[in-house]
Design a binder for this molecule. Structure first.
Ligand code: GLA
Length: 398
């Protein structure tokens, strides 16, 4: 199976837990990865460009159809303790009707029912994507659930007659926007479903066009270090909504469908037509889209070592103009840069979560040490560090 080598033991664990809880094996196991975004932040809901890659950490869903039409999900934590959501008839699932973690898989069941894939199911969920780290564990759960429910209905990705991965990503986004009630863009679902090993995914959100751009940091002598700051600020969701609403208002005032339509040469003039409050948002989105295209250009030319400045500029723009960074992310980024990282930035929505740093392999240890020391100096909880290598997107494992 493509990419199965990078999936670790998570799918097998899901199958074992299913057997333990149900007394027999599942029909199949499907899994989906978390992601980091190399660059292109808060551009997806502005019809812009993003450049994520899939992490070698996954959520796996072991599943079997139920004949009574109930949708029953259990997650099993590292300690082996199951957490069961109240089983609900698939036909009774309605937007906002489920809260907490179970809203994510339930929303997927709801959206697939509207696409004609109705099935009661027993799902058992196991995963190793760090939760609450801004690495899209909830999207991995949604995407793995989507593939499992489609699989139970006899539809496997990439087979004749199956919906495209992009279509499934759009369904998952709808489930999150309408059922869970969070107005996120398309970045995370598309990354989880469409990324491939050893590449970053250059996605044009407006056209849906995708290019798999080879990204082998190690071959160029680099590591991508992920720094999970362990911070999760409670105003993250309202902050996201406000930024998104601000961008939509600015596009309306400028008379364009989305901020994607403002190009760098027209930026200064566009800014003069906006209230002061909206200008930094627009400046970020326009310059960030440009940075994504420049990054892709460098990677296509095999100039990976030169993307650091663009990563740095992205973070500075997110911190100063878009204002979605926070103390912990800035501490991580500043410490990594001052210890020799060629580029570092927050990744994902911000207000906590993770940063990434592009680090020469020889500097990996010193950068890690300096980041830890910077957190300790400020009495912040120790961050989690790991090296990320682009891994496979969602698929069937068993
Ligand atoms: C979150 C959202 C994405 C995207 C990023 C910011 O991860 O889920 O849709 O908007 O924030 O780039």
């Amino acid at each position: 199976m493509p990419g199965a080598a990078t999936r670790g033991g998570v799918p097998a664990r899901a199958a074992n837990e299913f057997t333990r809880l149900h007394g027999h094996g599942p029909t199949g196991v499907w899994s989906a990865p978390g992601r980091v975004n190399l660059i292109g932040e808060h551009t997806d809901y502005n019809d812009g460009f993003v450049l994520p890659f899939a992490l070698p950490y996954r959520i796996a869903v072991a599943a079997q159809a139920r004949s009574d039409g109930l949708f029953a999900v259990t997650t099993v934590g590292d300690d082996g303790r199951p957490q069961r959501a109240e089983p609900v008839p698939v036909g009774a699932l309605e937007p906002r009707g489920v809260t907490g973690w179970a809203a994510y898989p339930s929303g997927v069941s709801w959206v697939l029912r509207h696409q004609g894939f109705t099935s009661g199911a027993d799902l058992v969920v196991v995963g190793d994507v760090p939760a609450g780290a801004g690495l899209s564990s909830s999207h991995a759960l949604q995407c793995a659930t989507a593939l499992a429910l489609l699989g139970l209905a006899g539809t496997e990705m990439d087979q004749p007659g199956a919906p495209s991965r992009a279509e499934v990503a759009a369904w998952v986004q709808r489930s999150e926007n309408d059922f869970v009630g969070v107005p996120t863009g398309l970045l995370d679902q598309t990354a989880s479903l469409c990324c491939v090993e050893a590449c970053v995914l250059f996605l044009d959100v407006r056209s849906g066009e995708m290019e798999q751009v080879p990204f082998d940091a190690a071959a160029a002598g680099f590591d991508v270090l992920v720094i999970d700051t362990r911070a999760r600020h409670s105003h993250g969701e309202s902050g996201y909504r406000e930024r998104r609403a601000g961008c939509e208002r600015a596009a309306e005032l400028l008379g364009v469908p989305a901020l994607r339509d403002v190009e760098p040469p027209g930026l200064d003039e566009a800014l003069t037509r906006l209230p002061e409050k909206l200008r930094p948002l627009v400046r970020h989105v326009v310059t960030e889209n440009d940075r994504v295209r420049s990054t892709v250009g460098l990677l296509r030319d095999g100039r990976l070592a030169e993307i650091g400045e663009l990563l740095n500029a992205s973070h500075d723009s997110l911190r100063d103009d878009y204002r979605v960074s926070c103390l912990e992310l800035d501490v991580a980024v500043d410490a990594a840069r001052s210890a020799g990282a060629v580029g570092a930035r927050m990744t994902g929505g911000g207000f906590g979560g993770s940063a990434i740093a592009l680090v020469r392999q020889d500097d990996r240890r010193i950068v890690g040490d300096k980041v830890h020391a910077a957190f300790a100096e400020r009495s912040l909880p120790a961050p989690g560090l790991f090296t990320a290598v682009p891994a496979a997107g969602a698929g069937r494992d068993i």
